[in-house]
Design a protein around this ligand. Structure first.
Ligand code: ZN
Length: 342
């Protein structure tokens, strides 16, 4: 075997994989961050964490992928020894975008406290932001950009404080565990549009804000669809969105609310979350028909853990109409106190 050729090919495949994963992270965290931020007023748990920059650090990746990750997630100008968190995406029109933050910026300190260049740098960054973020308060970020140190003031905005992470799995699934939301790469391939993804993430966020998980734990039902040990990408919180909260390392995200009532409620409230963030719920209902193709057993009108996909489709159409009427009337996009379809 030609060892040099083998190593080059392995590098190439790592780069292809990391690029694909980075793009999936950017796409999904952008939608989730948008929903979490635009629904801050509706969430029982909020914090001034929304900066709009997505960060990762070398410690989030497997050792043999770190060099490639710095280049692909950050920029070619990042030093190989850079272990501080670096910015891999900036949401348009976000506080970070307005402050001029760029992809590849290395974050050295927040509010004067060092982030610390070690395996847990991403986690430290989240903790510091949590300490310093408050209403209308600019936080000073100490950065290194292309070798040049600089200080930039960012005013984080309020957001629903739930972690978001992406799991590498072919299962078409998404999860909520009360403190975080996770989505599989299988689901990200399955959804046909941002509107559909927003509906899925809105649904999971609703499970959290409605505290379905704790209700289920009290009922003693903790069925895990992916299994509690389903691995997060690499070693952990690459999916962490600074601005939404840290991804939960090793947490048990594989829990869905196994109750038809909860599912209907999450569909209804989640559709409003998506709509309030500007997504089109009407066009996304088709997702339910494609779920049915994926899992024809779910069409059965008696339902299983979730209500029948047929009933969910009809309910979602009705919710879409309700939201449309409110938009046309210029009324606030707030769910009705008693959902019409449960
Ligand atoms: Zn659900």
């Amino acid at each position: 075997m030609d060892e040099v050729a083998a190593r080059l090919e392995a590098d190439k495949q790592n780069a292809i994989y990391l690029t694909d994963f980075r793009d999936k992270l950017i796409h999904s965290t952008t939608v989730f961050a948008n929903i979490a931020h635009k629904n801050a007023e509706q969430c029982p748990r909020t914090a001034y964490l929304h900066t709009g920059m997505l960060t990762a650090s070398a410690g989030d990746f497997r050792a043999d992928q770190r060099d490639a990750a710095r280049k692909i997630f950050g920029s070619a100008s990042l030093h190989a020894e850079a272990n501080e968190p670096f910015v891999y995406w900036v949401l348009p029109d976000s506080p970070a975008a307005k402050a001029g933050i760029e992809v590849g910026d290395r974050i050295v300190a927040v509010g004067g406290s060092s982030v610390g260049p070690d395996e847990k740098a991403s986690e430290h960054l989240g903790t510091l932001l949590r300490q310093h973020g408050r209403a209308d308060h600019a936080v000073t970020f100490t950065l290194v950009r292309g070798g040049t140190p600089m200080a930039v003031d960012i005013t984080p905005e309020n957001t629903c404080d739930y972690a978001f992470s992406v799991r590498r799995s072919d299962r078409v699934n998404a999860f909520a565990d009360g403190s975080g939301v996770a989505v599989t790469t299988g689901m990200l391939r399955f959804v046909g549009s941002e509107d559909e993804l927003a509906l899925v993430l809105g649904h999971e966020l609703a499970h959290n804000t409605l505290k379905h998980r704790s209700a289920i734990v009290q009922n003693g039902v903790t069925g895990g669809l992916l299994g509690a040990t389903g691995a997060l990408f690499a070693t952990g919180p690459v999916g962490a969105v600074i601005g939404v909260g840290l991804a939960i390392q090793g947490a048990t995200m594989g829990v869905e609310a196994n109750s038809q009532g909860f599912e209907s409620e999450a569909d209804y409230i989640g559709a409003y979350y998506a709509a309030r963030a500007g997504y089109n719920v009407d066009d996304a209902a088709d997702l339910l028909r494609r779920f049915a193709v994926l899992d024809p057993g779910a069409i059965d009108l008696r339902g299983t853990s979730h209500p029948s996909t047929a009933l969910r489709f009809l309910a979602l159409e009705q919710t879409g109409g309700e939201i449309r009427d409110k938009r046309l009337a210029g009324a606030p996009l707030l769910p009705n106190p008693r959902p019409g379809v449960r």
